[in-house]
Ligand binder design. Sequence first.
Ligand SMILES: C[S@@+](CC[C@H](N)C(=O)[O-])C[C@H]1O[C@@H](n2cnc3c(N)ncnc32)[C@H](O)[C@@H]1O
Length: 202
Amino acid sequence: MSPKKEYGDFQTPESLATRVVALVDELFGVPDFVIEPTVGLGAFLKASAECWGENSEYIGYEINKTYVDCARRSLKQLGIQILHRDFFNEDWKCNIARLKKSRTLVIGNPPWVTNSDLGQLGSKNLPPKSNFQGLRGFDARTGKSNFDIAEWMLVRLIEALPSHGAIAMLCKTMTARKVLRHFWKTDGGREGSRLFHIDAKA
Ligand SMILES: C[S@@+](CC[C@H](N)C(=O)[O-])C[C@H]1O[C@@H](n2cnc3c(N)ncnc32)[C@H](O)[C@@H]1O
């Protein structure tokens, strides 16, 4: 089994992270706290700290211990905290509420892998069993219940965000659309949602 595939692992190039942070700066302004929930080597937190410096605080979470050690070493002097954690074992509402900050920004690039890929790999890197899209047995049989684990993560994170918070994530266009549709169906949507096209191969 390829660990890269199992963990949907494609590290974001620093140049792209810097451009994304510049866009967030333009649209949202300076956050008071920046969270990267699957931080990898930390391109987004590095770019964030270079943009907002001591105006913000920074924390990253990551399951891969090698990345955690690497990111801790390279980001230490920027005052960035990196925690060795499994996204699926975290209570994100509690993590974000504990910060007691309103302008919280969640930024990053969650894993690029689907629940059915993970099922085939026999992987346990999956959300706890949950039918969050309200799908019935028939949908499950037709494959409609297949989803990117990024979709599950984004829904959890958006639910956890305070009203003055923001989220900026790289994901498949289909994942972004499904996440937006989930919120339109469940609570009338979120204000100011925008999609920006990126050619991931380039
Ligand atoms: C697409 S990569 C992006 C890494 C980083 N966010 C970036 O933009 O460069 C996805 C990251 O998610 C991490 N990851 C996968 N499953 C995870 C989990 N259950 N909890 C925390 N991190 C996880 C992987 O190890 C990998 O570093």
